[in-house]
Ligand binder design. Sequence first.
Ligand code: GLP
Length: 242
Amino acid sequence: MNVLIFENEDEISTASGSLIASQVIEKPNAVLGLATGSTALIPYKTMIRLYKEKAVSFAGVTSFNLDEYCNLDVQNENSYHSFMHANLFSHIDIRPENTHFLNGNAEDINKECKAYDDAILAAGGIDIQLLGIGSDGHIAFNEPCDHFPEGSHIVTLDARTIHDNARFFNSIEEVPTQALTMGIGSILRARKIVLIATGANKAQAVQQMVEGDITPMCPASVLRLHPNVTVMLDRAAAGALK
Ligand code: GLP
């Protein structure tokens, strides 16, 4: 795990956005694993800038998003479909048909999850996976638990995650309590991973991820087993590292 500490968000934006864009320049039909949440806006800002400057085209790219809420219309502004459209896809030339999401409203959840994992494999696997981290150490929506789930699956969100994500909704009661998420296995199969964390509220989770035991009680700690992970932090998120 390569841990890099930056002075500010702009520096992280340039470094992370360029890393993803350079993957696309190297392989125009790259498969990107994409994330949502405020952290994801950091690389997206640079990816959009590089696209507008004509330094990179996403026209040949395929994307798979990490997760999606259950029981939330995809048109809802808080769905991860809407987030991706508003914050990245509508600003670049990625083809809508090449963007993939888990369907949190699928009737047959098992079938949906299996089809998603199969689609990632059929696309040749993920070349670069973007991750944020929850304040409880979750990645995608893999919450602390007693094992590392392999494939895509349904989860019940932890109270802390619901609390953290309530800032996007009108009230905490509106936050969905369940989601579909890629599994830890799906994430670890990505050839490269870049995880970004900023702010003091991530410091404890970052410390556990980088220096604590490798345990499903801190799902992000499993990334230490992957050969190509870059962690990009600001000073606040790195604040609890020994
Ligand atoms: C959500 C997402 C995660 C994300 C996390 C942190 O729970 N499912 O993929 O990493 O939030 O979000 P933020 O970047 O807004 O702190």
